[in-house]
Design a protein around this ligand. Structure first.
Ligand code: S3P
Length: 171
């Protein structure tokens, strides 16, 4: 089984992914971390060096490589499902889960953790909220293609994990 977690930056894909991997016994793959290891630099450095469109090509290639494995839980990058036909390939390969948070909730979380995210660089306060709102609206059609949608606002990782395990028939 291949389980994919998707959602906006700050939706806790990696934290939840690790938890799900532990509960299912599957391997955890963090797509951003795989890219960083492969290229020997972190995502902000890679963005700066290559630019966004080259980054998206690199991200696509890394995704295709990781798809060859099986029995994993993968945390995607926030933009991964929204480029090329990535979301369709993901849905062909396994079960995709969208972690659904409101832009207000995400802004609250990202306000203090936006430093290591190139797309959010330098944005704070109302500008950050507005940016998240508009990018989330743009990305929703892709996120909504996920097989399963899990509400996140105000829920604990534990509650979300149980919800997902039930929905994928692992409980
Ligand atoms: C991005 C999200 C990031 C990372 C890159 C671009 C995006 O991953 O892939 O900075 O376009 O939303 P996280 O969602 O893990 O922050």
């Amino acid at each position: 089984m291949k389980i994919f977690l998707l959602g906006f930056m700050g939706s806790g894909k990696s934290t939840l992914g690790r938890e799900l991997a532990q509960r299912t016994g599957y391997r955890f793959i963090d797509l951003d971390r795989s890219i960083e290891i492969n290229y020997g630099m972190n995502i902000p450095e890679l963005f700066k060096l290559k630019g966004e469109s080259e980054f998206r090509a690199i991200e696509r290639e890394q995704l295709m490589n990781e798809l060859k494995a099986d029995n994993f839980v993968m945390a995607l990058g926030g933009g991964t499902p929204c480029f090329f036909d990535n979301i369709d390939r993901i849905n062909q390969e396994g079960v995709s889960i969208y972690l659904d948070y409101s832009s207000e909730f995400l802004a609250g979380r990202l306000g203090s953790f936006s430093g290591d995210r190139p797309l959010l660089k330098g944005k704070t306060g109302p500008e950050l909220v507005q940016f998240i709102r508009s990018l989330l609206t743009e990305r929703l059609p892709y996120y909504e293609k996920a097989n399963i949608k899990v509400q996140g606002n105000g829920k604990s990782i534990q509650e979300m994990t149980e919800d997902i395990l039930r929905q994928i028939g692992k409980k």
